[in-house]
Design a protein. Structure first.
Length: 128
């Protein structure tokens, strides 16, 4: 369905048109959205455009095994800062979730990123 019952564009149509207008060529998103990818590829092609490439990152799970969300408490970077975390503490904790470890500077992360090096399945994030 491309148009919802209320006459608004569906998520799939809206995101494809938005990304097409913005010139998006690469998309990184959670693995929970992998099922939408095939539909979106077809929409890109129907609009006469080359689809972007997609990387579906593993889901982050809370200690209870459910998708990490606000209900797990302080999951925002601002809350970590309020708890005394430095930016370095945050990226040193998060980069290994992408398969990037042992860096002294966060600026080296892009050059060190290998899409297939990270975890394949969901990742459980313990409380800070």
């Amino acid at each position: 369905m491309l148009i919802r019952r209320d006459g608004m564009a569906s998520y799939n149509l809206a995101v494809v048109v938005h990304d097409l207008c913005d010139g998006v060529t690469e998309v990184v998103r959670g693995a929970d959205l992998v099922d939408y990818t095939a539909v979106q590829i077809r929409l890109w092609e129907a609009l006469g455009a080359a689809p972007p490439t997609w990387l579906h990152a593993p889901l982050l799970l809370g200690p209870d095994g459910t998708k990490l969300s606000k209900r797990h408490g302080d999951t925002e970077v601002a809350a970590l800062a309020a708890a005394g975390w430095t930016p370095r503490d945050v990226w040193r904790r998060l980069l290994p979730l992408l398969g990037i470890e042992g860096l002294d500077h966060v600026h080296d992360a892009v050059a060190s990123f290998v899409p297939d090096a990270g975890p394949r399945g969901p990742v459980t994030v313990d409380a800070p």
